[in-house]
Design a protein around this ligand. Structure first.
Ligand code: NPW
Ligand code: ADP
Ligand code: K
Length: 501
């Protein structure tokens, strides 16, 4: 699992290494600058082979210090480099000042604010380096930065200027410099994988600057084939998932979930449908069993069979049926995924839901459902981020899980999964995991079924939800353009096989 760090965690790792005497700040800065120049060469070998004009924008802190290193290395490699500093050279922190002095032997340091007043002609550059602000950004960037979108290739040092490293949110209404390539150091920061981060970063390279690993607490989800492998045993040894369906003409969502639960390896899957939907469901199902579950009382009776060890409910249920069934399901204390209408049904009284939830539950809200259950957290997340570190989707999901007393998977390109104990994971469907085709009707229902299937197989809720999120995106990526929700369960066998399951 890859770690993600906050800015404070990154500073602590750096400070500890420097205090231990294993490295100096100047060495780290040199390695950082070298890493950026190497990444530029790897990404644009043609430009690197015939160097042109490069613009370096350096800020008042150590991000600016990296900029001075990069200016020197680019110039040495044959680029014509113009460097503009925001702030005064005398006020730079010590390592940045040392590199400003080394740069002064090769070129001039121009004043950025004066240049912007005069009008900085960015069209003359092939390459622009954003070394204005990195992990130290705390307030909006009050600079009329030029629009580089149609001009040079833009490379962000550590993180695009204007983006909060802890939340991926833009700080205030200040400038945000979108990059084509972002080169960060040691580990990804939360801001690279959350909210606006991926769109602002362009491609992302993580460059090793020789710091010891550890120190982060939130990992990015990676596949754990042990979680999907199927061991020898009877079908009941792999669990029996029950997915609850809505009424006639609204059964598709639950059928999608049921099929995903079966494909991900639950030993048995039953669809529980109201009487009026039986004929419709029977016409569509083969390996999935069908039972009449008219209401909450019928569900309670059915759950007398303790081999039914995982439940999924919400997709397509309609709010009244969802509320009735959710109360019965939660009383039975089984591993339970609540999605869609099973969340919305409690919008008028989320506390009534929270009082019933228990640690074997997983809630899978999208943004709208999250706001219905946790309106105060959603408000904090949507209010403009005036200062850094800003409130993040990770913060909101953690608070939601603590309040709900169970695991919460907050969907999106940046899916955050947190348990009631504070443990959290992020699945970022961007960069080499981009899956835009997943934004299609019914994809969420499939995710619900995947989680239910993995819960039936005995995985802990946080693991089941995290691995399901990974499989879901992997199936979408493997299928590719044209994906519709039905394709996801059908692509799962190839995904599982590729993982050695
Ligand atoms: N950690 C590591 O291991 C390594 C770190 N490295 C590099 O260091 C970078 C972090 O450096 P950093 O801490 O000096 O922060 P940075 O982003 O340069 O800015 C801080 C300065 O800006 C100021 N300021 C803030 N907001 C402002 C605003 N809106 N408008 C105006 N000013 C504002 C703030 O001052 P303040 O006024 O808030 O006191 C402060 O002076 C990191 O991203 C990476 O590139 C690498 O060299 C390798 C190893
Ligand atoms: N841009 C995106 N990249 C990757 N995954 C996405 C993106 N947009 C949405 N998703 C995923 O698609 C699913 C959509 O679920 P949901 O919003 O519940 O829709 P539905 O109810 O139609 O199934 C979620 O798993 C979400 O994380
Ligand atoms: K930057």
């Amino acid at each position: 699992m890859y770690e993600t760090l906050t800015a404070a965690q990154m500073r602590a790792i750096e400070a500890e290494a420097i205090e231990a005497g294993s490295v100096t700040g100047l060495t780290l800065m040199e390695r950082a600058g070298q890493g950026v120049v190497d990444a530029i060469r790897a990404r644009w070998p043609d430009r690197a082979a015939a160097p042109g004009r490069a613009l370096v924008l350096a800020g008042p802190g150590n991000n600016g210090g990296d900029g001075f290193v990069i200016a020197r290395l680019l110039k040495t490699a044959g680029w014509q480099v113009d460097l503009f500093l925001f702030g005064s050279p005398e006020k730079l922190p010590p390592d940045a000042k040392a590199n400003a002095q080394r740069w002064s032997e090769l070129g001039e340091t121009h004043d950025l604010e004066q240049a912007l007043e005069r009008g900085l002609d960015v069209a003359r550059y092939e390459l622009a380096i954003d070394a204005l602000f990195g992990t130290g950004l705390t307030r909006p960037v009050a600079l009329p930065l030029p629009d580089l979108s149609d001009g040079p290739a833009v490379v962000a040092v550590d993180i695009p200027t204007g983006l909060c490293a802890d939340s991926g949110r833009r700080i205030g209404q200040g400038a945000l410099m979108r990059a084509d390539l972002t080169v960060t150091f040691h580990a990804r920061k939360l801001g690279h994988v959350l909210a606006e981060g991926p769109a602002a970063c362009g491609a992302l390279v993580v460059h090793d600057i020789g710091l010891p690993s550890g120190g982060g607490e939130t990992g990015l989800v990676t596949p754990d084939p042990r979680a999907f492998q199927k061991h020898q045993g009877h079908k009941y040894g792999h669990g029996h998932a029950l997915v609850l369906s809505g009424p006639a003409t609204r059964t598709g969502a639950a059928r999608l979930a049921a099929r995903a639960a079966l494909r991900v390896g639950a030993g048995l899957v039953t669809l529980g449908a109201p009487r009026d939907a039986m004929a419709e469901c029977a016409a569509q199902l083969t390996a999935i069993m069908l039972r009449d579950v008219e209401d909450g009382a019928a569900l309670t009776e059915m759950l007398g069979d303790d081999r039914l060890n995982a439940l999924a409910l919400g997709p397509g249920l309609g709010p009244d049926r969802a509320r009735d069934l959710a109360i019965a399901a939660l009383e039975a204390r089984r591993a339970t995924v609540l999605d869609a209408d099973a969340l919305t049904a409690f919008a008028d009284d989320p506390d009534a839901l929270f009082a019933q939830l228990h640690p074997a539950c997983v809630l899978t809200p999208h943004g709208g459902e999250f706001a219905r259950l946790f309106p105060d957290l959603a408000d904090r997340l949507s209010a403009p981020a005036e200062r850094g570190p800003a409130y993040s989707k990770l913060d909101a999901t953690r608070e939601a899980a603590a309040r709900a007393g169970c695991t919460v998977l907050y969907k999106g390109m940046d899916t955050v999964i947190a348990s009631q104990t504070g443990a959290a994971r992020i699945h970022c469907a961007a960069y080499d995991r981009a899956a835009p085709w997943l934004a299609t009707a019914g994809a969420g229902d499939v995710l619900t079924g995947l989680i239910a299937g993995l819960l039936a197989r005995g995985l802990f809720p946080l693991t089941a939800a995290s691995q399901a999120a990974w499989l879901h995106v992997e199936a979408a990526r493997r299928f590719g353009p044209g994906l519709i929700a039905e394709d996801l369960p059908e692509t799962l066998p190839a995904v599982l096989r590729a993982q050695g399951a």
